[in-house]
Design a protein around this ligand. Structure first.
Ligand SMILES: NC(=O)c1ccc[n+]([C@@H]2O[C@H](COP(=O)([O-])OP(=O)(O)OC[C@H]3O[C@@H](n4cnc5c(N)ncnc54)[C@H](O)[C@@H]3O)[C@@H](O)[C@H]2O)c1
Length: 277
């Protein structure tokens, strides 16, 4: 077998759908064994059964807000595959760009608790559950970040703050776990996935894929330099492979690769977000 991750073992939170699933399948193709973690075991087991090599993929039901369940997922990975080389912290929720001025105080408090408990606490708890095994393997953490870790208006304030928080967590852990464990991120732009919203705003049945479905042939392109670039999560997996590979990125830690169609070099698309107020 050839590939950049032959013999490696990874655990991916939110690995049953979207970019998490695409990374799991890509890691498998690169020679790794992968545990996918999510809340719906039936759905995860279907992903395993449909994968290129079900003997190298394992499904574990866990809620990323539950530390004990994450410890169990790490323990199962080590018992099944012998070690853990890479944690991909990825499970998350979006806030559908709900602005502060469109939230009641109650909605804001509940949305903050829900989104931060998955997007931020979920990354903290996964890192806590995994670091001992990662020290043993001289492994690494790869976090799914977002354009919202750097720029505004990719979410509302709750999502943007949560993704900025993950960038801070990444940098702190890159320092605290060095020199034994590397910690890096992939800041994704818009992808056509099943990304859901918070239950607190009754958005848990809403999927970001509906926004992509609205884009017809005559729709204006998104205002980013590579506006015709892919929104297929498979096309976002390369940096996850690079950052998990000791051979290819051994001296890299505390860094984030943006894969967002060049947002960082665009000009102004509009002057203010609050003209309607
Ligand atoms: N889709 C985009 O445009 C986009 C852009 C930038 C960043 N991201 C980030 O990518 C990551 C993955 O999202 P996606 O777009 O692939 O959407 P997705 O909904 O397909 O994947 C998210 C996964 O997390 C799981 N999850 C949610 N809450 C959980 C919990 N409490 N415990 C366990 N699992 C839970 C979901 O079931 C799902 O499998 C998220 O962190 C998201 O913020 C997405």
């Amino acid at each position: 077998m050839s590939g950049w991750l032959v013999g490696n073992t990874a655990l991916i939170t939110g690995g049953g759908t979207g970019i998490g699933r695409a990374v799991a399948e890509r890691y498998l193709a690169e020679g790794a064994s992968v545990t996918i973690v999510g809340r719906n075991l039936d759905q995860l087991e279907k992903v395993v059964a449909n994968s290129a090599d079900p003997s190298r993929m394992h499904a574990v039901a866990a809620d990323v807000r539950d530390s004990e369940q994450l410890h169990q997922a790490v323990a199962e990975t080590v018992s099944r595959f012998g070690k853990l080389d890479t944690l991909v912290a990825n499970a998350g929720l979006w806030d559908y760009q709900r602005q502060l001025t469109r939230l009641s105080a109650r909605e804001l408090a509940d949305t903050f608790d829900e989104v931060f408990s998955v997007n931020v606490k979920g990354y903290f708890l996964a890192a806590e559950a995994a670091w001992r095994e990662l020290v043993k393997s001289r492994g690494s953490i790869v976090m799914t970040l977002s354009n919202a870790s750097f720029y505004v208006n990719g979410g509302g304030p709750v999502y943007t703050a949560s993704k900025h928080a993950c960038l801070g967590l990444l940098r702190e852990l890159a320092y605290e776990l060095a020199p034994k464990v590397r910690v890096n991120g992939v800041a994704c732009g818009g992808m056509n996935t099943d990304l859901r919203g918070p239950e607190s705003l009754s958005m848990n049945e809403r999927s970001i894929s509906a926004s992509f479905a609205k884009r017809g042939p005559g729709s204006p392109p998104p205002p980013i330099p590579l506006h015709d670039s892919s929104t297929d999560p498979k096309d976002f997996t390369g940096p996850y492979v690079l950052l998990a590979s000791r051979e290819q990125s051994g001296p890299i830690t505390g860094e984030t690769i943006s894969i967002d169609g060049g947002m960082g070099v665009r000009g102004f698309s509009s002057d203010a977000g609050g003209d309607h107020l």
